[in-house]
Structures are given as structure tokens and as C-alpha cells.
Design a protein around this ligand. Structure first.
Ligand code: ADE
Length: 265
């Protein structure tokens, strides 16, 4: 999987990508993250990438020219406008959506595990990091094919959101995680929060681990884990239960819980 990141702050990326699982995935050629400085695609003396908004108001807006030029150059798209010609009668085509061109913005669809899964099917993805107050609307209308937010809050730019997408997508790719089933039981992967984990020692400060985990009885352990996942999701994220794929046994377990709770009241 190849990530093409476009940013005004390329220095932010290496410290994260040069560590741990991301580093190993890159070294093994499972992912390739290419970080492009949008400023390299400016042509004026001051390398200007932003300007004041038309209509007034505070903040600066990212200019369209360097962003279009950077992405079109790297993707090898023919510049839809030949500036030397009069092409006022032409509507430039939007780039091919086979390579998603994703703008990170608080206005995008909210990122989740199923979007990570969807994006992990692509061979190449463009991540465009917004800065300042926003980007010129023509970038949204004529270049970008998708807009993603990592949550309902506003950051100073799209760099951290880009890293979050790269991480969440990469760990779903074959061989990136040491354990091939590593991502299967993840919280959210199966529509439920994940069950609790324990490791040695079996007793710590008088707190024992659940007996069942010491039995070696895999079917029993699987059942306990499933029930813990249901319990946890019910307590912490009841909204997720409405969308989760539940088996008859799951429904029975939840129903029993409900009646137990009622009889306790
Ligand atoms: N840029 C600023 N805030 C953001 C957010 N919440 N998600 C994605 N990109 C952003």
C-alpha cells in the first residue's frame, strides 16, 4: 500500500513512522509512505501557500495552485488546465477515484474501523493535510474525492489525522501485525468492544485473573470472551449493540442480563 501525503509540515511524519510497527512495515515493503511538501510546488519568491479569504474575515486559506500542482505531478495526472491556452470553455475532469484523494478536515465523514477496512482495499491513497482556516473550496470541488474527519473537534491541521489513518489502515494489511489474527478481535472490528486481557502474574496485589482463563478449555474461554465483549459494549457503548451482528446466544445472554438487573432492583 502506498500513501502519498501532501503537507506543509513534512517534518511531523518521520518520528512516528520510524518507530515500532510502522517502521517494520515500511522496512519490509508492506507500506510505503511518501511525504510531499506542498511548498515545493510554489513558484513565487516567498513560496506562498496561503492567502487571505475573499470577503474578509480572519485566518488564512490554502491556495489552490500549489496543492493542484503537487498532487497532479505526483500522481502523473495531466494538468487539466494548460495555462498558456484559453480553455475557459473546458470543464476539467475530476481525477480518477480509483486512487482516493482524501482531504483531512473536520467537515468530512467521521473515520471508523469500517472506513479503515474500506480504504485498506486500495493500492494507493492520497492524504491531503489542511492547515490554516481551511482550503480553497475549488480544491474540494475539483481535486478531492473524499473528506475524512477523525472526530468532532478541531485540530490545527490534518497531519495527526493523516497519521491516524495510516496507522489504522496499515495494521489491517496482511503481515503488518506479527499475529495474523491480530486485527480480527479488535474492538470495533466485530462491532463490539474487545474482551478484557490478562497476562502473568495470575495474582497481583491480591487481584486474581478470572479462573476460566487458566482452564485451557478453549470453547469455554471463547464463550467467556464473547460474553465479556457483550457486557463491556453494553456498559460503555450501548449504541454499538444496535448495529452489531448478534447471534441467538448473544441475544439470550443479553436478555438474561436484563432480567438479572431487573430482579436486583
Ligand atoms: N483537521 C482539523 N481538525 C480535523 C479533524 N477533526 N479531523 C480531520 N482533519 C482535521
Amino acid at each position: 500500500m502506498q500513501f502519498e501525503v501532501f503537507t506543509l509540515l513534512p517534518e511531523i511524519f518521520p518520528p512516528y513512522l520510524d518507530n515500532s510497527i510502522m517502521k517494520r512495515a515500511r522496512e519490509r515493503g508492506l507500506i510505503d509512505v511518501r511525504v510531499h511538501n506542498i511548498r515545493d510546488y510554489t513558484h513565487d519568491k516567498h513560496h506562498t501557500t496561503d492567502d487571505t479569504p475573499y470577503g474578509g474575515g480572519g485566518g488564512m486559506v490554502m491556495k489552490p495552485e500549489p496543492v493542484f500542482e503537487a498532487i497532479e505531478t505526483v500522481l502523473g495526472l495531466n494538468a487539466p488546465f494548460d495555462l498558456a491556452q484559453d480553455n475557459s470553455d473546458q470543464t476539467p475532469p475530476k481525477p480518477d477515484s480509483i486512487i482516493p484523494i482524501i482531504l483531512l478536515t473536520p467537515q468530512g465523514r467521521v473515520f471508523n474501523q469500517s472506513i479503515a477496512q474500506e480504504l485498506s482495499q486500495h493500492k494507493r491513497i492520497v492524504l491531503l493535510c489542511g492547515r490554516y482556516e481551511g482550503v480553497d473550496e475549488r480544491i474540494r470541488e475539483h481535486l478531492v474525492t473524499d473528506e475524512i474527519s477523525i472526530g468532532d473537534y478541531v485540530l490545527t491541521g490534518g497531519e495527526l489525522p493523516s497519521l491516524i489513518l495510516i496507522d489504522a489502515i496499515s495494521r489491517l494489511l496482511p503481515d503488518v501485525l506479527g499475529d495474523p489474527t491480530g486485527a480480527e478481535d479488535d474492538s470495533h472490528a466485530m462491532g463490539l468492544l474487545e474482551y478484557p486481557h490478562y497476562t502473568r502474574p495470575p495474582e497481583f496485589r491480591g487481584w486474581k485473573i478470572p479462573e476460566v482463563l487458566l482452564t485451557g478449555a478453549h470453547a469455554k474461554i471463547d464463550k467467556w470472551r464473547r460474553e465479556q465483549a457483550l457486557l463491556r459494549t453494553l456498559k460503555k457503548r450501548p449504541d454499538m449493540l444496535e448495529k452489531a451482528e448478534l447471534t441467538k446466544a448473544d441475544l439470550k445472554f443479553l436478555k438474561n442480563l436484563e432480567s438479572e438487573e431487573r430482579s436486583e432492583k
